[in-house]
Design a protein around this ligand. Structure first.
Ligand SMILES: NC(=O)c1ccc[n+]([C@@H]2O[C@H](COP(=O)([O-])OP(=O)(O)OC[C@H]3O[C@@H](n4cnc5c(N)ncnc54)[C@H](OP(=O)(O)O)[C@@H]3O)[C@@H](O)[C@H]2O)c1
Length: 268
């Protein structure tokens, strides 16, 4: 069996209601995989599920849960126990923008719950299930901001550094069990991400392009940087001292920042 079908019959995609996760769900279904769709927005997931089964004749399962809540992660673990899932894509995540003096610690803790804690728990659970199968793949979403600290997105960049490091560690741990682990580190992508993070991302890479690069790299690469912007920024910054990279990316983020998001919150 070739292509992503070798990871079937089921894939699980978190963040499937929008952006990169939705594009990946569409491309996986087009290749014949059944898909478990996970995010909070039930209506968006239900619409996508109907689209995938109608267009591609695949089976779908919708899990509308908040991954920022440990109970939501419990539901995903329990409801997928009997499915033969061979591919796990953990794309759910969001960014915050602003300095530590402007952002609220509650929002930053929510970010850690979704971008770090839920990713760690699901990666842990599915690593074990995939290793038991003796074949499979795990895809984790970092970001090019995760290569260094970024003033103005300090906590988001730190969360993505965690994901990149986790993926690199799991690659070595799971390879002997036949499980491929891929870290995806996009640059700016035109999805729902910008609005939630308070950024105007301009001429960003499309979610479809990110999804295509991700699937093409699966089983072949350890880290993929999809899209021209991400590749250009990575190549341009790679050889610079870390603190220069931080300063340059901070200016890039500052230039993308929406004016309304640049305010200091009331004391908590
Ligand atoms: N877009 C970029 O510029 C960019 C760049 C680098 C890395 N990334 C990373 O790529 C991944 C996908 O981002 P995207 O661009 O596709 O963003 P997006 O369009 O905003 O999609 C994010 C997805 O995550 C889900 N999600 C967010 N919070 C959740 C929660 N508490 N519980 C469950 N699901 C939740 C959202 O669904 P609901 O709202 O329905 O819950 C949505 O499906 C993220 O990890 C992001 O950090 C994005």
């Amino acid at each position: 069996m070739t292509g992503t079908l070798r990871y079937g019959p089921w894939a699980l995609v978190t963040g499937a209601s929008d952006g990169i996760g939705r594009a990946l769900s569409q491309q996986l279904a087009a290749q014949g995989l059944n898909v478990v769709l996970v995010a909070r927005r039930r209506d968006a997931l239900a619409t996508l599920a109907t689209e995938l089964s109608t267009l591609h004749g695949v089976q779908t399962s919708v899990l509308a849960v908040d991954l920022g809540d440990a109970v939501g992660v419990d539901v995903v673990e329990q409801q997928t126990r009997t499915l033969d899932i061979g591919l796990v894509v953990l794309a759910a995540g969001f960014g915050t923008t602003g300095t530590v003096l402007e952002t609220s610690s509650a929002d930053e803790m929510d970010l850690l719950a979704v971008n770090v804690a839920a990713v760690m728990r699901l990666a842990h659970t599915f690593s074990s299930r995939l290793a038991d199968r003796g074949t499979g793949a795990l895809v984790l979403f970092g970001s090019i901001v995760g290569w260094q600290g970024v003033p103005g997105q300090a906590n988001y960049a730190a969360s993505k550094a965690y994901v990149q490091s986790l993926a690199e560690g799991l690659q070595g741990e799971l390879r002997p069990f036949g499980v491929d682990v891929l870290a995806v580190a996009p640059g700016p992508v035109g999805s729902g991400f910008g609005a939630r993070a308070g950024l105007d991302l301009g001429s960003a890479t499309s979610p479809d392009t990110v999804a295509r690069s991700t699937l093409a790299a699966l089983g072949r690469r350890r880290t993929v940087v999809p899209g021209l912007q991400g590749k250009f920024l990575t190549a341009a910054l790679w050889s610079l001292p870390r603190r220069w990279r931080s300063a340059i990316l901070s200016r890039v983020i500052s230039g993308m920042r929406r004016r309304s998001s640049a305010s200091r919150p009331a004391a908590e």
